[in-house]
Design a protein around this ligand. Sequence first.
Ligand code: NAP
Length: 250
Amino acid sequence: MKLEGRVALVTGGSRGIGRAVVEALAREGARVAFVYKGSQDAANALVAEQTGQGREVVAFQGDVAQSAEADRIVAEVIAKWGRIDILVNNAGIIRDGLLAMMEPADWQAVIETNLGSVYNFCHAAVRQMMSQRSGRIINISSVAAEYGNQGQANYAASKGGIQGFTRCLATEIGRRNITVNAVAPGFIETDMTQAVRNAAESKIKDSVPLRRLGKPEDIAGAVLFLAGDEASYITGHVLTVDGGLTLGGF
Ligand code: NAP
């Protein structure tokens, strides 16, 4: 198994992409802690399913937008397993709306949850990784960072911010053998995209060269690659995983 002995922390692991990331990392032998906010039943079910297969997976309830929560959870993971090798900042939300109608609360919730959480967890975990002189940080961005979508000014700003953050942090901590990369998914079949899929699934598929939406496992595969030894010389990179959606050939 590729990640035997490693300790991973995944935010937003109860559902969707984060859940698939937890499963992929645990399947490769990592001990995995994940954070969820409201989906307690789903979190408990994932822990039960994984431990039933002999894997070490634990869940922490908390709000990733709160820096004190990040500090608490990172400290608990280190107290339990003594290290953090892989940090996957995946938790995210949407609060779509045209800017003229976008309330300050919708702006703040998206920025603080999607981008603030990346600062919160990196800040909390990076000293541990520096003292280990190794680590992998993988931030989940979006193709929305680079391509304008009506109604997503808050979301695109948060995801673009993640890409800039990723490049800066990569330059700061590379000398400690810590890589920092991002994954930019396209349209993935999760709860987050349910409404837009209900409205326009076949139109979306037609605009994807691979003629299908992505599955959470497609993103988990990219995360697994960036977390593994094969990616040890890749840092500051944004890996687009979108079936060709953004190639512009449609
Ligand atoms: P999802 O199915 O809606 O799941 C979101 C996850 O984030 C849940 O586990 C949720 O936990 C957690 N979460 C949200 N706010 C949180 C908070 N304040 N504190 C702790 N946990 C929180 O979303 P997804 O589609 O898997 O998206 C995962 C990531 O991929 C997000 O960053 C998203 O922006 C990005 N992404 C998704 C797509 C796509 O097409 N789906 C495309 C590009 C990028 P609870 O349910 O427990 O609250």
